[in-house]
Design a protein around this ligand. Structure first.
Ligand code: ADP
Ligand code: ZN
Length: 719
């Protein structure tokens, strides 16, 4: 190629042409370094030059990186995602190129091993170092010091006297080699039938969407492990996407028991060295199984044998900022472009998945009862209008009695409330002043343990005031409503002997602290757990027998498209924590709306009837998955400017008889981080050219001033 078009991971309209200098041969997918204005940047050869610019005027590619070229399916994926979510392709490519260090030559890493020369003086510390090195390959100084329990100077000393020698470490050794045959379970006939179908799909490398549907504990994980084993045997990598990747110690331990080593990991908590190592290992085809967050879809896989989306219904798969995409849906696209099966696993499938399976677009596999002794918990409602909690408390007598009973049996109880902090609203009793965020249209949430008020939309905090901001009154501020901290306070007062732990994303020790608490709970070191949705996700607490839901109505009232579905999923997941290994697991749900269909469905356990009714309602309203939605969110630091812009945009709305535009309207949270927000909602038929409609529309009203526009295809958040 004389000239090539290079896609650069920035918000540019498309690839730019560059001349290919003599002596350099480039092909589509090559990673290159190119000049861009005064800078040098990395990019990917996207194809031959478009030829819009005279060759003499082109700048030249500077160098080709020594990294395996991107494969076609991933490049197609980048283009596909960009066109679907209406993002510049460069920004989508940036998801692939998040690890700039991956393009630099690796700094050589050395390990130490024994030379055979014995030091003259052998202190106990030195002896430990020599012992550790007896039967291991060379170790880097940090690992060696940790294993031997010595300081770095001991190692340095041994090196200086010639007792240790350095040898280069190959980073390839860092990746584990899972063994597909290691600890295979004897599957039940049911499980085995599903596992065989999945294994065949992996063997044939056919694209297809498989839904693994079964209650918590029915063996879904065990079954998809078999699909992974087949991929390993076929030497094609397996990718597992999990919604809450930093909290999956139990999952990883289980994987290791089954396959003999830990899988590779990909999530935001990795160090840059770990990212680099993993990215390179994936690109070089050395990673066989990786467990990752949504961005793992954009890793430079040379090939893929199977993609698994665990807890496919989870809202955490939707990326809400930057490139707005749903990793569950994009995993399907990725699998299709690659030609491999994708497995969606859930005990409470999303309505989209349920409908797609019912209509035969996805292949559904049902797993039956819980494996082993645990029965599904018995779920009942408590009508708070009939039996309200005692004044100034939040838990009804039935729940307190059930907690007490669990404690007496030496079992655990979980109280669930999906609200962080102490109280969602603080009011001055003297003047009625309510504490709201200076930057958002939202109340400040009290965090009593930290003695702060915090805005949950922008993160703004202030110390808890002593006097009222408005009237100066002292000791008149009252907390309204409960958060998990307040429930913890009530429980501790009521059961002072019990060991109580709180589990929410505010945990003092951060992710590490949350992990420790989860382990402590699993090991039986806690009697009562008070938690937000963090406790709902996939944890296995053997001694947990009772779940109390403090406010089952929370989330049902907000009128959002998926309110019912989400509440059902969350509550059935939380309730499902009870009785996994104990007899007689129970859940009690506090509600003011005991007749609500969602709560009735939870009690009767008739999930399919509930989903079928939800599906009918959506079909009737032309809502997803029967129709499509798109949202346009316009924001501005100036209210007038924002309003003028959306009115102008409204006047320019294109006409299409299968796309309806609702709005503009102030967003339900009309101001966040000092930006005023307006929304349009687009409602379209499944066949309507929604993306083309939006691009045509937005190109008619160029952005100006402080205006920002974001497009959300298939929105999950309506705030
Ligand atoms: P799910 O993913 O549906 O929640 P799991 O795969 O986690 O279910 O299985 C629940 C528990 O039952 C796990 O501890 C698992 O090891 C065990 N289990 C599942 N199937 C079998 C089996 N066939 N033989 C032995 N144990 C099993
Ligand atoms: Zn705020």
């Amino acid at each position: 190629m004389q000239s090539v078009s290079v896609l650069i991971p920035l918000a540019l309209p498309g690839p730019y042409d560059y001349a290919v200098p003599d002596g350099l041969t480039l092909a589509r997918g090559d990673f290159v370094r190119v000049p861009l204005g005064p800078r040098q940047v990395n990019g990917v050869v996207w194809g031959p030059g478009a030829g819009d610019v005279a060759p003499a005027k082109l700048k030249s590619v500077l160098a080709r990186h020594d990294v395996p070229a991107l494969r076609d399916p991933l490049m197609q994926f980048v283009d596909w995602v960009a066109a679907y979510v209406l993002a510049p392709p460069g920004l989508v490519l940036r998801q692939v190129m998040r690890v700039p260090a991956a393009f630099e030559p690796e700094k050589p890493v050395f390990g130490y091993q024994v030379s055979g020369v014995l030091p003259e003086r052998v202190t106990p510390a030195r002896q430990r170092v020599l012992d550790v090195l007896q039967d291991t390959p060379p170790l880097p100084a940090t690992d060696l010091a940790r294993l031997a329990g010595v300081s770095a100077s001991v190692i340095k000393g041994l090196f200086e006297v010639g007792a240790l020698v350095k040898s280069p470490l190959n980073s390839a050794t860092a990746v584990g080699q899972p063994d597909p045959k290691l600890a295979r379970l004897q599957l039940t006939p049911d499980q085995s039938a599903v596992a065989t179908t999945l294994a065949d799909a992996v063997k044939q490398q056919d694209f297809g969407v498989h839904v693994l549907d079964g209650v918590t504990g029915s063996g879904k994980t065990e079954v998809y492990f078999e699909a992974i084993a087949r991929a390993l045997e076929a030497e094609r990598p397996a990718l597992i996407l999990l919604p809450e990747i930093s909290l999956t110690a139990q999952f990883l331990a289980r994987f290791e028991r089954r396959f003999g080593c830990a899988p590779a990991l990909w999530h935001s908590g990795l160090t840059s060295a770990e990212r680099r190592r993993t990215w390179r290992a994936v690109a070089e085809g050395r990673v066989q199984v990786l467990v990752g967050a949504r961005s793992a879809l954009f890793l430079p896989w040379p090939d893929l044998g199977v993609i698994i989306v665990d807890e496919e219904h989870d809202g955490g798969f939707k990326q809400e900022d930057g490139v707005v995409y749903n990793a569950r849906d994009m995993a399907i696209v990725r699998a299709q472009l690659t030609g491999c099966p994708v497995i969606l696993s859930s005990a409470t499938p999303s309505l989209e998945t349920f409908v797609n399976a019912r209509q035969g677009r996805y292949q559904a596999h049902r797993l039956g009862a819980r494996h082993g002794m645990g029965e599904l918990p018995d779920i009942a409602l408590v009508d708070m209008r009939a039996t309200p909690p005692a004044r100034g408390t939040w838990l009804v007598p039935q729940i307190l009695t059930a907690v007490e009973a669990a404690l007496e049996r030496g079992e655990q109880a979980l109280l669930f409330l999906n609200r962080r902090g102490y109280a969602p609203l603080t009011i001055c009793r003297a003047c009625g002043h309510r504490y709201d965020c200076p930057k958002c249209d939202a109340w400040m949430v009290e965090h009593r343990f930290r003695r702060q008020l915090e805005c949950h939309h922008c993160g703004h905090t202030r110390p808890m005031p002593e006097t009222c901001d408005n009237c100066g009154a002292e000791d008149q501020l009252v907390a309204c409503g409960p958060g998990v901290e307040r429930i913890t306070e009530e429980v501790t007062a009521r059961f002072p002997e019990a060991r109580t732990a709180i589990l929410s994303s505010d945990h003092v020790g951060g992710v590490g602290g949350i992990r420790e608490t989860i382990k402590l709970i699993a090991d039986g070191g806690v009697d009562i757990i008070v938690g937000t949705q963090i406790v709902a996700k996939g944890h296995h607490f053997p001694k947990l027998s009772f779940v109390g839901v403090v406010d089952a109505d929370l989330g049902l009232g907000n009128g959002d498209l998926r309110a019912a579905e989400r509440t059902y999923q969350m509550l059935s997941q939380v309730a499902g924590r009870a009785g996994r290994e104990t007899a007689g697991g129970r859940a009690l749900l506090q509600t003011h709306m005991p007749d609500h269909p969602v709560l009735q469905a939870l009690v009767s356990g008739d999930r399919d009837a509930f989903l079928a009714r939800e599906a009918d309602a959506r079909e009737h309203a032309g809502m997803p998955p029967f129709g499509r939605l798109g949202a346009i969110i316009v924001s501005s630091t100036d209210h007038q400017e924002g309003l003028a812009f959306v009115m102008d945009l409204a006047r320019k709305t294109p006409q299409h008889n299968e796309v309806r535009v609702l709005g503009p309207a102030p967003a339900p949270i009309a101001r966040i981080r000092d930006r005023y927000r307006f929304r349009f909602l687009l409602k379209a038929s499944r066949q309507a050219p929604l993306q083309a409609f939006i691009s045509e529309w937005l190109s008619a009203a160029p952005r100006r001033g402080s205006i920002r526009i974001s497009v959300d295809i298939d929105p999950y958040s309506f705030l």
